[in-house]
Write a protein that binds this ligand. Sequence first.
Ligand code: NAD
Ligand code: UDP
Ligand code: UDP
Length: 317
Amino acid sequence: MTRIYGSRKRILVTGGAGFVGSHLIDRLIDAGHEVLCVDNLFTGTKRNIDHLHNSPRFEFLRHDVTLPLYVEVDEIYNLACPASPVHYQHDPVQTTKTSVHGAINMLGLAKRLRCKILQASTSEVYGDPAIHPQTEEYWGHVNPIGPRSCYDEGKRCAETLFFDYHRQLNLEIKVARIFNTYGPRMHLADGRVVSNFIVQALSGNPITIYGDGSQTRSFCYVDDLVEGLIRLMETSSSVTGPINIGNPTEFTISELAQRILAMTGSSVPVVMMDLPQDDPRQRRPDITKARDVLGWEPKIDLKEGLRRTVEYFKEAM
Ligand code: NAD
Ligand code: UDP
Ligand code: UDP
């Protein structure tokens, strides 16, 4: 599709009222583009995009991506999908529909418009990984019938659809495998570990560690992730991914709890609770490809990222 206003693009961001999507939109608006944010507000909130309504280049459409969408845009970022285990397991059938039907509809849209489309995939495609750190070549270790499967298999099927639309219809695709990301605008009740621990520490409730706290994750600050997504979208048409985007510095969940307690100056107790079924034991991205292909690596370490996130939660609570 030809652009009307030179380098200014009309960009669709699905899931744009969510945590990552709203930060991505801020960057795209700052860069001078027009953005259409499509979201059903399942886990996203109007508050995340309130500040954008004054911009004539921003538009919000309340819509569910499991239904067809006919709009005219130059580029699509497909982020619509609940990302927190608590929320994606709340209505697992809808989660799979969002990943799979949502991907089909957004790919159909991209096919009609002949525009490029980026998929927000996930490190969950590696499941409970048997190789460590995870490279893009690893096919994963995923339970197809467990409580996390609606998300893991939904996202895996979405990747399949992206690569088949690419091979069969020559569609320009970009697949980002996003690892645990945190930052301001995570919902207070999001349920993921960083927001849970900060909210608990600030509100005087016990920190809830699931299992013995020895499982690991590698936490990426949201601004770093957004930079990686935009760089991936800007690559030449031969770059499809999948590309891991995440921070390779790994922490145990117990270490994370101690850091958040120290940073907030909180003395709430730590309680151990049951480990959820199929909870991955370890996770760390190999970001060699992102470094080589995108010239990207994270810049904000956990200390600085947590500082900014704690500031946000102090205001938001
Ligand atoms: P989020 O829950 O804050 O945002 C998801 C957004 O999608 C919400 O605004 C929600 O209302 C919207 N949505 C859900 N179902 C929809 C539907 N059927 N139609 C339209 N909108 C719908 O989560 P997030 O952390 O911002 O994640 C954004 C994307 O990045 C997701 O696709 C997620 O799978 C992916 N991802 C995120 C992380 C992370 O750590 N944040 C890690 C891996 C992958
Ligand atoms: N679709 C959409 N917007 C468009 C074009 C297509 O939402 O602008 C949806 C449409 O509902 C269809 C899906 O995308 O079910 C897949 O489209 P595709 O053209 O690949 O398949 P087909 O319509 O041939 O089944
Ligand atoms: N977790 C925890 N306490 C919480 C929330 C999560 O110990 O209050 C653990 C969870 O069991 C997992 C890790 O923290 O081992 C990361 O969980 P999250 O839901 O943030 O993301 P995941 O990587 O599991 O999708």
